[in-house]
Design a protein around this ligand. Structure first.
Ligand SMILES: Cc1cc2nc3c(=O)[nH]c(=O)nc-3n(C[C@H](O)[C@H](O)[C@H](O)COP(=O)(O)O)c2cc1C
Length: 366
């Protein structure tokens, strides 16, 4: 590879109307540190500002309604208090020259009654329990038994995504990412292991894609296609999802998204936070060719893989998740090929500054 190509990772990139400083993306990372009313706090603003040298930050998954929440103390984006909290975050990131999208989340069946309005059942395409854990009262517990969404409820959830998009823009985000990955509500609709509906939202692949399409179309109607991205995890078994024919399903998903033209697809290649070769028969490259917009690749990337991909593919960015937790100045570290700090697993979810805003920078005195 020429020197120019090996450095492509660190060059500016035009994403919609934005010019990103480089092609390194901070992946969305749930840290369960929201404050009262599930509103973002000044500590969260500090955390994101420390990471503003990423070309693009995708802020942690944020529930679009109380029903959409699955873990304790995750932030919301469904009322004005939460909007005000997020405004501190986006202002802090923009002051440092960064760009930030918000990931919009409805967990579907991956929730617990304790987090649901009036202690009700979590909702899902079909009444099939998730083989998954949620996080309440400081510990991981089994997800509660879900109920199937009535046909008339689905439009209301699509509208929640639309409103959440409007609120995210009001809070100063540069755009939103629709979380259609990791076994949450949209992914539950896509897969035949969790979607056994016999109405227009279930059965054929066409029908199973409908909810995703409606959500993405609603977000685009609110924000414009240049400010909406979509996250997918085609082969990941995260939160107990499965499908009898992932390749055909995701070919159609990509074709639908190509028609709607969100500004990027963000794809978890392999099993989330685990093997990149989880399903060796699945052809990510063939899928890639079906979408002409920006491709954000994720899962287990290191400097070498990131340089290789961005050197070859002028429309690819690379998202890093775990490395951004322990390395707020990840871009500088990658640029200098400096060693990366290891994350402390005990402080991932919940708590305060420890293991959150106290990881040292390269430039800190030793
Ligand atoms: C603590 C933690 C929280 C996460 N939260 C989210 C999230 O809110 N939304 C999401 O789509 N993925 C989430 N993920 C997955 C990451 O975005 C990413 O896909 C995964 O860590 C693989 O990338 P990496 O190998 O660079 O870490 C989370 C991962 C970790 C470790």
């Amino acid at each position: 590879m020429t020197q120019q190509k090996t450095r492509a990772l660190f060059r500016p990139y035009r994403l919609g109307e934005l010019t990103l400083g480089n092609r390194v993306v901070m992946a969305p990372l749930t840290r369960s540190r929201a404050g009262e009313g599930f509103a973002p706090t000044p500590l969260m603003a500090k955390y994101y500002a420390q990471r503003a040298s990423a070309g693009l930050i995708i802020a942690e998954a944020s529930q679009i309604s109380q029903q959409g929440q699955g873990y304790q103390d995750t932030p919301g984006i469904y009322n004005s208090r939460q909007v005000a909290g997020w405004r501190q975050v986006t202002d802090a990131v923009h002051r440092r020259g960064g760009h930030i999208f918000l990931q919009l989340w409805h967990v579907g069946r991956v929730s617990h009654r304790q987090l649901q309005p009036e202690g009700g059942q979590p909702v899902a395409p079909s009444a099939i329990p998730a083989e998954a854990l949620t996080f309440v009262d400081g510990e991981f517990v089994a997800a509660s038994e879900p109920r199937a969404l009535a046909r008339e409820e689905i439009g209301g959830i699509v509208d929640d995504y639309r409103q959440a998009t409007a609120r995210a823009l009001e809070a100063g985000f540069d755009g939103v990412e629709i979380h259609a990955a990791n076994g949450y509500l949209i992914d539950q609709f896509l897969r035949d292991g969790s979607n056994r509906r016999d109405d227009r939202y279930g059965g054929s692949i066409d029908n199973r894609c409908r909810f995703l399409q409606e959500v993405v179309a609603a977000a685009i109607a609110e924000a414009g296609a240049g400010r909406v991205g979509v996250r997918l995890s085609p082969v990941s078994p995260a939160n107990g999802v499965s499908d009898s024919d992932n390749q055909s399903l995701f070919e159609q998903v990509y074709d639908r998204l190509e028609a709607l033209a969100p500004v990027y697809l963000h794809v978890i290649e392999g099993a989330t936070m685990s093997s990149r070769d989880y399903d060796p028969a699945f052809d990510f490259n063939a899928l890639r060719r079906r979408f002409s917009g920006t491709y954000i690749a994720n899962n287990g990337y290191n400097l070498e893989l990131a340089l290789q991909l961005t050197g070859q593919d002028p429309k690819a960015l690379v998202a890093f998740g775990r490395p951004f937790i322990a390395n707020p100045d990840l871009v500088a570290r990658l640029q200098q090929a400096a060693p990366l700090q290891r994350l402390d697993k005990r402080t991932l979810y919940g708590g305060g500054a420890a293991g959150y805003t106290d990881y040292p920078l390269l430039s800190d005195p030793a």
